[in-house]
Each structure stands twice: as structure tokens, then as C-alpha cells.
Design a protein around this ligand. Structure first.
Ligand SMILES: Cc1ncc(COP(=O)(O)O)c(C=O)c1O
Length: 417
């Protein structure tokens, strides 16, 4: 299938600004269909849930459709395994608190040094209960997890292994099947942070066989919101903190207070949009079956652009790239590049690119442990440029051209544009 990049770009109104959006790992733009779904919710269904009137019933249906859409997106067995929340961080803190009720001295949790702090700090809070947190380290040369100590780190005291599917800083894709298998072997639960992975690779929670997985629809063309998948048995075993009058059954029991119904309506539209890539006529129908094929087309497009980006970056004098650089191993990372230019602060590079209409992030992007481990924590971190499904070749070239100019000008270029 020829990847329809032009019609995809036309679906995103904000791209008309002419900016280059390489800030996708921090949050993507949304297609008109998502904007329309949020607007329609407000026009036609705006009411709180479970009420005795039509608008409330429509609101309930919007939430139910959001759960079905996310169950399709993750290939969950049932929409009841989908919990909505404000964002991944809030959901993970909430889950950690519920899991922590049954943990104490003698119990261990395994986390990784490579992860976003939203998949580290919630588990560190459980140290207050006497839980021991053990670390999986990463190899600084290519920013891949060091799994040599895996079986030592995960043992009969391990209650939970919390790992990212992909690093939001370096793009590294972790060996989830191996890590989940080791956790299962030890009888531990597994929590997967798929926030950075979800826009770039299909997810199948049944095949992964993880207990929990979290992602954030605003990273895959939906509204600001978070989603927690929990295997039915795993969710049912927990006692989440909640107020007494709210429903206790899953998934509602995990959803504290009023949900963002309008965002959930937008989430369903985002999943419909993704599933229809390459076949707009079938928008929405056969969503679960179509998603793997649609996402494979996205992956191929992103990989092609990423190879072009990496060729340019690796050829640039004075550029230090973090993560896997070997052209033969680029499929082991998402299309997210992380680098520094010698002698120029990451913040300056990002600001100058921003002034040229190119949006990238700099800093630690909350991969706080990883950046400190690389010695970049107090040095402004690094620049991060991420490709996503609406980017095209000319944007990669424009980015490389501008970055080359910045590199050649060095740190003394006045920032007057
Ligand atoms: C890998 C990863 N995990 C977790 C998060 C936190 O997600 P949220 O903003 O939904 O709390 C992010 C956000 O950038 C992320 O990239």
C-alpha cells in the first residue's frame, strides 16, 4: 500500500500552520475527526453519567464506545478491562496505592533506570511501606536495558515488575516478552508503561500477557487523557481507593470522580482514525481487525523517515547521538532521536529550532533517572526529535538543514530571528 501521507496531513488542521511537529513524543496533533467528536459530545451528549434522561444515556454510550475502542486498540478481551483517567501518571499513582495495600516488608518491586519517572516514582512511594525497590540498569553505549542480571533481580520476593515498552528519551524498545516471562516465572505481576510505544507499534495485551498496561491517548492523536488496561482477574483482586457511593465493580471502581467524557469521545475517534489509515471508506468498521495492518503501514512510513533523519544526524560533525545508532538495529527503537550538539546547550538548540518553526523538546522529558545516569541531568539534558505518522520527507530535510546551520554557527549566533 502506498502510504497516503498527503491525505493524512490534510486531516490535521494544525499542520496548516506550517510548523514542523517533531514534538510528538511529548504529545501529537489531533485530526479533525477527533475535534469533531469532542464538539459533538458537548453539543449532543453533555451530561453526567447514569442519569434518567436521554443526554445522560448518550454520555454513557460515549464512555462505553471509548472502552470498546481502547479494548480494540490494545486487543483486550473485554471493554471492562479499560480504565480511563486524567493521564498515565495519575492512573499509575492510583494503581500503585491500591497494589501497595497488600505489600510490606519482604516484598520487592523491580523498576528500570531507563523509564519515565511516571513508571518509577509511583513504585518508589511504596518504600514507605517497607517494600524494597530493585533496579534494572541500562547500557549507556546504546541505551538498552542490561538484562544480564534479570533472573537475579526478579526472584521469589518480587511482587511486581514495572517496565516501559519503549524509552521516551532514546526510543529503545525493550524486550517485553523476555521480561514478562521472567516475572511470571517468579509469580510476580507485570505493569507495562506503553505511553511512548503506543503511537509506533501495535499492542496486543493478550499476547504480551501483562497484568497491567498504561498509555496516553494524547500521544496517539487523541485528547489529553490516560488509559489503564488491567487483566480482569488482576483488577478484580484489588481494592482501589474510592468514595463510598461510586460503583465498586470494574472498571468504574478505579475511576475516581467524574470522567472527562468529551475526551473519551475523542479517544474513540482517534482509534477509528488510526484503524482507517489506508482505507478511509471503512472508518470505524472492523476496527480491531484493521488496526494491525494500519499500524504496520504507519510503522513502515515512520521507519523510512527515521532512517533519513538518522543518516543526516550521524553525518553531522559534533553531534552526539544517544541510543541505538547501528543502521542494522534501528528497528529496535521507535522513530525518536535524542542528541546534543557539541558546545551548544540543548535548550539553545531547541529554542533556535523553535524560532525556525521546528518544534522539538529538550531537557530530560521526565526520563529523570536515565538522564542523570548519562551525566546529563544537571547539564540541560538533550534535544529530542520524534517522527510520527503525519511527518514527511521535506520536514526531515528542513530539520536537518536548520540543525546543520545551528551546528555551524556554534554557540555564538545571536538569537534575533
Ligand atoms: C514513556 C512515558 N511514560 C509516562 C508518561 C506520562 O504520561 P502522562 O503525561 O499521560 O502522565 C510519558 C509522558 O511523556 C511518557 O513518555
Amino acid at each position: 500500500m502506498e502510504y497516503p501521507v498527503e491525505s493524512i496531513r490534510a486531516a490535521f488542521p494544525s499542520l496548516a500552520s506550517g510548523a514542523v511537529f517533531f514534538d510528538g513524543p511529548g504529545g501529537t496533533q489531533v485530526p479533525q475527526a477527533v475535534i469533531d467528536a469532542v464538539g459533538s459530545y458537548y453539543r449532543e451528549s453533555n451530561a453526567n453519567e447514569h442519569g434518567p434522561f436521554a443526554a445522560s444515556r448518550r454520555s454513557d454510550e460515549a464512555v462505553a464506545e471509548g472502552r470498546r475502542a481502547m479494548a480494540d486498540f490494545l486487543n483486550a478481551r473485554s471493554p471492562d478491562e479499560i480504565v480511563f483517567g486524567a493521564n498515565m501518571t495519575t492512573l499509575t499513582l492510583h494503581l500503585a496505592r491500591a497494589l501497595g495495600r497488600d505489600l510490606g516488608p519482604g516484598d520487592e518491586i523491580v523498576v528500570t533506570r531507563l523509564d519515565h519517572d511516571a513508571n518509577i516514582a509511583p513504585w518508589l512511594h511504596l518504600e514507605e511501606r517497607g517494600v524494597v525497590v530493585r533496579w534494572l540498569e541500562f547500557i549507556p553505549d546504546d541505551c538498552t536495558l542490561d538484562l544480564s542480571g534479570l533472573e537475579r533481580r526478579i526472584n521469589e520476593r518480587t511482587r511486581l515488575v514495572a517496565v516501559g515498552a519503549a524509552s521516551n528519551a532514546f526510543g529503545t524498545i525493550n524486550d517485553m516478552p523476555r521480561i514478562i516471562a521472567a516475572a511470571k516465572q517468579a509469580g510476580a505481576l507485570t505493569f507495562v508503561d506503553a505511553v511512548h510505544y503506543a503511537p509506533h507499534r501495535p499492542i496486543d495485551v493478550q499476547r504480551l500477557d501483562c497484568d497491567f498496561l498504561a498509555c496516553s491517548p494524547y500521544k496517539f492523536y487523541g485528547p489529553h487523557s490516560g488509559v489503564l488496561y488491567g487483566k480482569r482477574e488482576a483488577l478484580e483482586r484489588l481494592r482501589p481507593y474510592k468514595v463510598r457511593p461510586s460503583r465498586a465493580a470494574i472498571p468504574d471502581g478505579f475511576e475516581t470522580g467524574t470522567k472527562s467524557h468529551e475526551a473519551i469521545a475523542g479517544v474513540a475517534a482517534a482509534v477509528d482514525f488510526l484503524s482507517a489509515i489506508g482505507d478511509p471508506a471503512r472508518n470505524g468498521s472492523g476496527r480491531r481487525q484493521r488496526l494491525p495492518q494500519a499500524l504496520a503501514a504507519v510503522m513502515e512510513h515512520e521507519s523510512r523517515l527515521f532512517r533519513r533523519l538518522m543518516d543526516g544526524l550521524l553525518g553531522m560533525e559534533g553531534l552526539r547521538l544517544y541510543g541505538i545508532a547501528d543502521p542494522g538495529r534501528l528497528d529496535q527503537r521507535t522513530p525518536t532521536a535524542c542528541f546534543n550538539l557539541s558546545g551548544i546547550a540543548a535548550g539553545d538548540v531547541a529554542r533556535r529550532l523553535g524560532a525556525a518553526g521546528i518544534q522539538v523538546w529538550d531537557g530530560d522529558y521526565y526520563a529523570w533517572e536515565a538522564m542523570r545516569f548519562l551525566g546529563l541531568g544537571d547539564k540541560g539534558g538533550a534535544v529530542r526529535a520524534g517522527i510520527c505518522l503525519y511527518n514527511d520527507e521535506s520536514e526531515v530535510d528542513r530539520f536537518l538543514h536548520e540543525l546543520g546551520r545551528i551546528a555551524r554557527a556554534g554557540s555564538f549566533e545571536p538569537d534575533l530571528r
